[in-house]
Design a protein around this ligand. Sequence first.
Ligand code: DOR
Length: 430
Amino acid sequence: MKLLIKNGRVVDPSQQLDAICDILAEDGKIVKIGKDLPDQAEEIYDATGKIVAPGFIDMHTHLREPGLEAKESIRTGTMAAAAGGITTIACMPNTKPAISTSIVVSGIKERAAREGYVNVEVIGSISKDEAGKELSEMGDMLEKGAVAFSDDGHYVDSSRLLMNAAKYMTSFDAPLVSHSIESELNADGYMHEGAVSAKMGVPGVPSVAEDIAVARDVLVAGYTGARVHIAHVASKGAVDIIRQAKAKGYPVTAEATVHHLTLTDEACLGYSTATRVSPPLRSRDHVDALRAGLLDGTIDIIVTDHAPHAPEEKDVEFRKAPNGFCGLETSVGVVLTDLYHTGVLTLGQVVEKMSCRPAEIFQLKGGKLAEGAPADITILDLEKEWTVDSKKFYTIGKVTPFEGKKCKGKAVAAVVAGRIVMKDGELCKK
Ligand code: DOR
């Protein structure tokens, strides 16, 4: 099967590529990139006026399967990813059972290959069942294709356990993904502690809960030499600590979510459960520090932390709602609207943070447009105006803090292994 993408502006900073040209894919791989390639393919996509980028990669998705399919499944989550223009996702292990064993890793990969619309990478848990007591089958999970380990949803409270995991990983070079929020300080709050929480009369979580947790985990990286990737950085203190750790040469990388980069805690003022998330949405000074970190390379990548819940679970009062909301179908549009069109990031930086760099950090084959690379491609229309409407989402957990947002810029096609899986927002038959 041959696919020819014609006349697009091909943008890939990893290959120093920004030019109008064509891409030919065959049998799942890119076979040629060049000008005026002959029209010899079963399928031809005219990308005139569009951006052709390496497939976007989201390294922080909750697919909820196995066990929590009332919130999401491999099928619905990958449909949401394709609809949002994301061609690879990595699923987090806080499922039921947790992803702690090689058999669960294999099961997810097999089901994803059969039912998934996009590529699925698996992040196994650091501790068995994410219970924080003993290490999971990390080596066996790596053998079955896990790319990283995390107890996402929880901090690894035991420093001894984290040190053991880190020492173990030095022989494998897979990153530990740290959900860095100190558990005791996190326990009593429902949002960011500050002027807005005081005004709302809602107990807050102090941002220092994040700083403390990040500090320990980057120190463990520095001491052991194991790679530590800090998940969903949201505090200015954490940005500073990561910056210092990188300056010292510690093997640390970091991500920020679309919502932490674009929303403040003022979004919580209406007590909407669509704004409940962990770490919480923070005040403007934290958002500004995150953006500065994104620009100077302290924050390596942008993720969604797509964390869907069943609609009825979110349809409760503010304090009772679970943390998290969907993100796969809004991330590209919100980033283009609030970070690209406002001049915070260049287009090259968007592609780097949402495709090239995630592939580098997690040692994936995608994230680049080069001959021989997987034909995973995201096509963007930078000018397309649209409004976020969760009724149109494929995800089960439709709650989003971006409901009704007017966006400029959208992924208009997604190609996975040389097959168009989404065109103009519609999914193509599996
Ligand atoms: O808000 C969140 N929800 N943050 C997390 O880290 C976990 C996630 C979930 O699993 O629902």
